[in-house]
Design a protein around this ligand. Structure first.
Ligand SMILES: Nc1ncnc2c1ncn2[C@@H]1O[C@H](COP(=O)(O)OP(=O)(O)O)[C@@H](O)[C@H]1O
Ligand SMILES: O=C(O)C1=C[C@@H](OP(=O)(O)O)[C@@H](O)[C@H](O)C1
Ligand SMILES: [Mg+2]
Length: 184
């Protein structure tokens, strides 16, 4: 089924910590759309934080939950702003579901800028635990190929979350002819 651009979900992808959750919330407010953060939905469903899910059920179960949730969302919803977890796009089925049903925006942040944010992330990103900086850098680079499968890329270096949301809106207007509500 062909979904018109203006009804498609807008899906934010990118490495952990680039700001998908923060920017998604700004974007949804500006577009007057519902916001869905996949990690937060999984946390609500399972009544525990992601780090606890990793600890008690394991990463594999988390990846299955992520896939089930996102594939179902792509099948059943429109007009939402959706922030994925950073690892979700490594799964083929998630990529196919998002790329065929939604407008996928890659939030790009250079490694050197990302490094400065690491202190905000270490405590609650289980994938980063017990990894050296070199190993994290390797992970960052190993995921770029999957993130390159997007509809638009937005560079986020040196910008505040709200400015990034505005850049995304510019892209949606110019490349996808999406109307943006005028705020009173
Ligand atoms: N553009 C930005 N500039 C500075 N800090 C940011 C920016 N975007 C997000 N952050 C901060 O980085 C951390 C990770 O943001 P978050 O939205 O959770 O990223 P993600 O969902 O991609 O993992 C948070 O502490 C957030 O406040
Ligand atoms: O990159 C990853 O593998 C993960 C990223 C996290 O989401 P954010 O990208 O929102 O931090 C969260 O889904 C989980 O900790 C695993
Ligand atoms: Mg997030």
């Amino acid at each position: 089924m062909i979904i018109p651009n203006e009804e498609k979900n807008i899906v934010l992808i990118g490495f952990m910590g680039v700001g998908k959750t923060t920017i998604g919330l700004h974007l949804a407010k500006k577009l007057l759309r519902d916001f869905v953060d996949v990690d937060q939905e999984i946390e609500k469903q399972h009544q525990m934080p992601i780090s606890q899910i990793f600890k008690t059920l394991g990463e594999q179960r988390f990846r299955q939950m992520e896939k089930d949730y996102i594939v179902q969302l792509c099948d059943s919803s429109r007009l939402k702003v959706v922030s994925l977890g950073g690892g979700a796009f490594m799964q083929d089925e998630i990529r196919s579901a998002c790329l065929s049903s939604s407008i996928v925006i890659f939030l790009d942040l250079a490694w050197d800028s990302w490094k400065d944010r690491i202190h905000l992330l270490m405590d609650n990103r289980p994938v980063l635990q017990e990894k050296s900086l070199e190993e994290i850098q390797e992970l960052y680079h190993s995921r770029l190929q999957a993130y390159s499968l997007n509809h638009s890329r937005v560079c986020t270096d040196g910008l505040k979350p709200e400015e990034i949301a505005d850049r995304i809106i510019d892209t949606l207007k110019s490349e996808y002819e999406i109307n943006v509500p005028i705020h009173e």
